[in-house]
Design a protein around this ligand. Structure first.
Ligand code: SF4
Ligand code: SF4
Length: 437
């Protein structure tokens, strides 16, 4: 299988488009009421006018390409990893490199890895774990099914899709499977599916990491290995087990399968007849069709955090590649059609007793939890500190709880709540839905 992952050189045309205008410093919403607030976690922590924010990262790329900057300098290497690749800057920027800003940042990281300098030492452990155990958490394969135990005990075992056919593959993801604090997510997802009578199965110990973390820290080879294996598994499940749909409750896995995997030469052929859908979207569809109804009630005031990977990472940009409308490479416009902004909100509002109150920074202007792009592994203290800022924003709405649709955000926001001594409790949308079905 061939992969078309762009090199920094292939993105050079765009690297020179940044005017250092600083528009990417804040999120704007013209309201009403109008507001503007910081959008770049790296800028917040290290100073926007320094070299750590979005415009600084693009300047780094120029330096790498013209040979004035080298990864040999440990401080410089570290600087290119001080970014959550959240895409906040991308939403604000309106110049021609807008569609490629995260690619430029990841392109630098790929170059650092190719030259033998990157990723950072903690990321190297993560990539080594991926090689040894097929997950970034250094968890033995047999532990991948620990969350399934209560189902077996209750006489409702999860179907092993390696052996039995099923229409839906529930792709669990490593965070939900291995991270104790996030295990409630697969448990709630499977419980909902069972309650709704959905014919689904899991790969169990044979599930392999989606590769998102490797891709985000620039190890394209480690990513390609697991991604190729997964695509071959999906093909096999489609042909031999009648799988028509891959559902995942993890924002990172969803983004990887939907967007990163599309860089594979065989993607369209393999995915023909296979739908990839996030659980929130899947359940929203069932609710719209009248197949999901609420039996219970929850007396809760909640706010909703948009994960970057189910939000602006799914933006679809239109670029004037041939220069037919403006000039070659001109950015034309963006569609948010694939971003999962409305589905979780509509489901939350539909739960009897739940009141949803919004933070200021939402949807495309969402403030990253701070854990993505290898930051939680590389700079754990900063990740938690940034999550604390998001929790504080959530608390300012008067909500008691924060809901999201990503086990990774869930884990990091929990760390942030602990750090600032907040009582705010984190829930995955599935955990609330499971209580009222
Ligand atoms: S990335 Fe875009 S918004 Fe930010 S400084 Fe450069 S041109 Fe301006
Ligand atoms: S991707 Fe996010 S953290 Fe990185 S420079 Fe852009 S806004 Fe800042």
């Amino acid at each position: 299988m061939e992969w078309k992952i762009p090199s920094l050189e292939e993105l050079e045309h765009y690297v020179w488009r940044c005017t250092a205008c600083g528009t990417c410093r804040v999120a704007y919403d013209f309201g009403p009421p109008p507001f503007y607030a910081p959008i770049c976690p790296a800028g917040e922590e290290f100073g926007f006018e320094g070299n750590m924010s979005s415009k600084g990262k693009i300047a780094f790329a120029r330096g790498i390409l013209d040979g004035t900057l080298s990864f040999e300098d440990p401080a410089f290497l570290e600087a290119i990893y001080k970014c959550t690749v959240c895409g906040g800057c991308q939403t604000q920027c309106q110049l021609d490199h807008k569609p490629f800003i995260p690619e430029i940042i990841e392109g630098m990281r790929r170059k650092a890895v190719e030259q033998g300098y990157g990723p950072l030492p903690p990321h190297k452990n993560l990539v080594q774990s991926l090689k040894s155990y097929d997950n970034p958490y250094q968890g033995p394969r047999r532990m991948r099914t620990d969350w399934m135990r209560p189902f077996k005990k209750a006489g409702r075992p999860i179907k092993d899709i390696n052996k039995e056919p099923a229409e839906t593959l529930f792709y669990v993801g490593c965070t939900g499977a291995f991270n104790k604090q996030a295990q409630g997510v697969p448990v709630a997802t499977a419980s909902i599916f069972q309650k709704l009578g959905i014919d689904f199965g899991c790969l169990g110990q044979n599930e392999v990491c989606c590769g998102s973390t490797a891709m985000r820290v620039g190890d394209a080879e480690a990513f390609k290995r697991v991604a190729t294996q997964n695509l071959e598994t999906f093909r096999k499940l489609k042909e031999e087990k009648g799988v028509k749909r891959i559902v995942t409750s993890c924002a990172g896995c969803y983004r990887a399968i939907k967007k990163d995997y599309a860089l594979a030469s065989d993607y369209e052929e393999i995915m023909d007849g296979l739908e990839v859908i996030h659980t929130a979207d899947f359940l929203h569809r069932l609710w719209k069709e009248g197949k999901l109804t609420f039996k219970g009630e929850l007396d809760m005031k909640v706010t909703y955090h948009d994960p970057c990977h189910t939000g602006r990472h799914l933006n679809k940009f239109r670029v004037d590649t041939e220069g037919e409308e403006l000039w070659p490479g001109a950015y034309l416009d963006v569609s948010e059609e694939e971003c999962l902004y409305d589905q979780p909100r509509e489901l939350l509002k539909a739960i009897p007793g739940v009141e949803l109150v919004e933070m200021a920074r939402i949807r495309g202007n969402s403030y990253c939890c701070g854990g993505g792009g290898g930051v939680m592994t590389g700079f754990g203290d900063w990740a938690a500190k940034n999550a604390g800022l998001r929790i504080a924003e959530g608390m300012s709405t008067g909500a008691q709880h924060m809901v999201s649709i990503c086990p990774f955000c869930h884990y990091n926001l929990n760390a942030g709540a602990k750090l600032i001594g907040s009582e705010m409790k984190l829930y995955d949308l599935t955990e609330l839905l499971d209580q009222v079905l």
